[in-house]
Design a protein around this ligand. Sequence first.
Ligand code: SF4
Length: 417
Amino acid sequence: MTPPDTSLAEALRPQAPVGTYRLFAAGAHAGLQDHLEAFGPLDIESIGPDFIRVLEASGLTGRGGASFASWRKMAVTAESRSAGILPARPVVIANGAEGEPLSFKDRTLLANAPHLVIDGLLVANRAVAGSQMYLYAASASLDEAAPAIAERPAARRIRLVQAPEAFIAGEASAAVNAIATGAARPLDKRRRLAESGLKGRPTLVLNVETLAHIGLIARYGADWFRSVGSPADPGTRLVTVSGPGPAQVQEVAGNAALGAILRDAGIDARSLSAVLVGGYHGRWVRPLDYRISPAGPDGQTVRPGAGVIHALPADQCGLAATARILSYLAGESAQQCGPCMFGLPAMAGVLNRIASGEPNPRLTGELNRLGKLVYGRGACHHPDGTVQLVSSALDIFADDVKAHLTGRCLRQGGRAA
Ligand code: SF4
């Protein structure tokens, strides 16, 4: 039999995507044929533990919020496999539970590039010698991904688990808990999932966008991934941009300038009061000459978190906007830890009094006092992320706070709402 002509196969292989248009290069709602035409085939069977070194060289960090080095999570999971008395094969979870109300990048990705996510999940599973794979996402996203999974024999072992529509449902340990028990509540943060996660097995939880990048790195390599972005923040990331005008998902280079992202979204930065970066656990920033990156000096870069960029028009009150978000977050506590359960509603009550213009100069001190009581006292990051948001609001909207404490508002026609 004539051996396959590998040089011909290489010549026919599609070119790697150029520039920042990568994840959606197969087009809208890409089926398997579109996916293969855009990216070429991927030999999953050739992937082994060596891929972790490729991932390390790529510099990919998680795109779900915390921005951990993806290779490190993978390496700890692979090592934990044989660390216990009895070897336990790892579990790999694709986390598409996008609980953040201002984000829809993950659902957009699952709707348009499900095969790239599946590639990444299969690659990650091979790299850590995993035995079980899950896709954990909201019901609508599972409906989008299910036909793609059915198209691929290797993917049929992926189990689909529905994530509830709750802010905290996407937290990694909540994802594990939801798969194990049906309750999407975070687990004790002292427990490392990579060592002991689902049913005590080493568990690798990766955001679906992170997996899509892994699907491309497995094809084109670390140098290709690094060909856009900066040395400290290589590759691209998806961001959801909202504010005036319709919300949209953009793929941007690592370390991209915030002003350029807003401009590309059709938003005039001069018309804004401030921008919320990173989502409801993120930070308000102003002026807008920041870069979006998990790595870089404070004052010049702002962490992308879940990739949310929300622009607040100049005539809207940042204190009122933050009070609304804080009220929502207080209602999203998983009701497991006292400081979170009682402290966040108390903080929301005080911030709402400031936002409504109550002339009481002691309110900011009370808000800071409650923030200190809550910070670091939860089983998950929810209280800390919430305190960070409030503290950035008190800082960025300091002039607004002063005005509100005298019953005035600098925006919305001068009247505190
Ligand atoms: S800190 Fe809050 S959200 Fe997190 S586990 Fe405790 S109660 Fe739940």
